[in-house]
Ligand binder design. Structure first.
Ligand code: NAG
Ligand code: NAG
Length: 551
């Protein structure tokens, strides 16, 4: 297992960097930083170009530029409210439809597998904007840009040859859509599909049969292109341990991927922007400066390079592109580019709907605190009868939710054991194994690594916090194996958990065990594990987009 865990060692990035010595890659990095990041050489021209471009000029590129103009590009505020006009909406309806339920548009049933409880795809309007607003009307700085309702001429001129290829890709996706739609319609009349590794069945899935169908279609068809531009560590690299590990693990797994990765961008359904925000924070951010503009500039420039060099970004205004980050700042820095923010699939741990996270377009990335490469040790736990504690939490008093939890429950009740720090010699993992319910309050941001920790240790997770979209909730039926408590119900916590009957608890715990495979980090990845679930989430969102060649 060790030898195959790509995160353990440096490994090839598929473009020949594998065996180059450390010095060479270091030089390459420095060169890249100088060219792309030197703020002195670029800041003034950005300032000029962004302030001189009208925010309402909606040709693809100037729109992108204006999406980053004004505050955001040069913003130094860290509170997200300062400069976030990144949530700018263009309609782009000539290019693509998302969740279109009108006549010739997308199949609404695919959306219903994705988001049947979100209800935001039911609008009858045939003109659907690129990025529908998230359902809870956000106050946040990410989404305060004016909306623009006019028709936009966004289809750049392209060669006929390319259109044919795109149409062929779209045809394949259309077939997959109709297969999945059929699966949703007939789920009750079908025997489960066969599968040598795993047959999804039971209440942990929102629609087990349709999920399986969709998963198999993905394996058959889905092709991802990883842009090769950019040098490690900021690109093609990422953290493999710590609470941000899913960022690095995904980037590595994607670099190693053979089956669903294509080297030919013309064959790709989606395009991966392989940057690591965690590495940017390490390499580019000046500690305590509260200035994220260098990170935003890196992303802005990266997209600038790609959209100049290749036709793909302009073709979709980013809608068939995805980024991934587990860092708290992922959402904020993604607003460096208006189209990245509002069109692209953003795979984020910080899946806060009040900060522009849009569940029908963006993907909630699980946060997993990997301390070592041997995950098996962190997995498994006793049955309910060997769990004397009702509920357990230990963790720092930060963010908007935990102060409320600690205020109500810290040291108050032996059934609900809530504390900031465990006494010396008491093991955190043992405590989780002795508890029926593991409390997972949001911290600095909405996601908590405790959710997956609890799942690993067979403790039923109690997700405390609002605004959080749980990972894979398009596929998984979270209420079957977890409890959700809103901040206002924290005083009621004990009553809520005590109301779960022993029989109900045993069922929930069994389901926790059943979903665990979907959160496992394997090296190399295995079918249905966390890497493939992330890919499946991206696949579903790509299915909700249709790109049109020009007429
Ligand atoms: C994409 O659009 C921008 C602005 O319209 C343009 O500068 C760039 O060259 C285009 N890219 C390609 C590959 O045509
Ligand atoms: C989600 O975002 C909103 C708006 O920025 C913020 O007020 C809230 O605290 C965030 N939630 C968490 C748990 O961080």
């Amino acid at each position: 297992m060790r030898a195959t865990m790509p995160c353990l060692h440096g490994h090839g990035h598929g473009h020949g960097g594998k065996t180059t010595c450390a010095v060479a890659s270091c030089l390459a990095l420095v060169t890249f930083l100088v060219v792309v990041l030197d703020p002195r050489s670029r800041a003034s021209s950005w300032l000029l170009s962004s302030s001189s471009s009208s925010p309402r000029v909606l040709s693809p590129r100037s729109n992108r530029g204006s999406g980053s103009s004004g505050g955001p590009l040069l913003a130094t505020s860290t509170d997200g409210a300062g400069g976030g006009s990144g949530g700018q909406k263009s309609t782009g309806k000539e290019v693509l439809f998302r969740g279109d339920t009108g006549g010739g548009g997308l199949d609404p049933l695919v959306s219903s597998l994705v988001n049947s409880d979100l209800g935001d795809d039911d609008g009858a309007s045939p003109h659907v904007s690129v990025a529908p607003a998230p359902s809870p009307a956000p106050e946040s700085g990410f989404d305060n840009a004016p909306t623009w309702d006019g028709a936009v001429e966004v289809m750049p001129l392209m060669q006929r040859r390319r259109d044919v290829k795109l149409e062929r890709l779209e045809l394949g996706l259309a077939k997959a859509r109709s297969v999945i739609k059929e699966a949703i319609r007939n789920k009750d009349n079908r025997p489960p599909l066969t599968d040598k590794d795993h047959v999804p069945v039971g209440p942990v899935y929102r629609n087990a049969y349709a999920f399986h169908r969709s998963y198999l279609e993905m394996e058959k068809l889905f092709k991802i292109y990883v842009y090769e531009e950019g040098e490690p560590p900021v690109f093609h690299d990422g953290p493999c341990r710590s609470i941000y590990s899913t960022e690095g693990r995904f980037i590595y797994a994607m670099e190693m991927e053979n089956r669903m990765r294509t080297r030919d961008p013309e064959l790709a359904h989606v395009f991966f922007l392989p940057f690591s925000v965690v590495k940017m924070v390490k390499m580019i951010y000046e500690p305590n400066s509260h200035d994220m503009s260098p990170l935003r500039r890196t992303i802005f420039d990266y997209i600038d390079v790609l959209s100049t060099k290749y036709p793909f970004w302009n073709r979709s205004l980013g809608a068939d592109h995805f980024m991934l980050s587990c860092h708290d700042w992922g959402p904020y820095v993604s607003s460096a580019d208006g189209h990245l923010f509002s069109n692209s699939i953003r795979v984020l741990c910080n899946a806060n709907t009040s900060e522009g996270f849009n569940p029908s377009k963006d993907v909630s990335l699980p946060e997993i605190n990997l301390r070592s490469d041997i995950i098996d040790k962190q997995v498994g736990g006793p049955s309910a009868s060997h769990r004397p504690i009702l509920a357990f939490f230990a963790g720092g008093d930060h963010g908007p939710v935990r102060p409320v939890l600690l205020e109500h429950w810290k040291g108050k009740d032996s059934d609900v054991q809530v504390s900031e720090y465990l006494p010396q010699g008491v093991s955190y993992i043992d405590m989780m194994r002795q508890s029926k319910f593991c409390l997972c309050p949001s911290g600095y941001e909405v996601a908590s690594p405790r959710v997956v920790e609890a799942i690993y240790l067979e403790c039923v997770p109690v997700v405390i916090g609002d605004d959080y979209v749980l990972p894979f909730s398009d596929v998984l039926n979270w209420p079957a194996f977890s409890v959700r408590v809103s901040v206002t119900d924290i005083p009621d916590l004990k009553r809520i958990l005590a109301a779960v009957s022993p029989r109900q608890y045993i069922r929930m715990q069994r389901r926790v065990r059943m979903v665990r495979r979907h959160f496992m980090v394997n090296g190399p990845p295995r079918r249905f594990d966390v890497f493939h679930m992330i890919l499946h989430s991206i696949w579903l969102r790509r299915l909700n987009v249709r790109l049109h060649g020009q007429d």
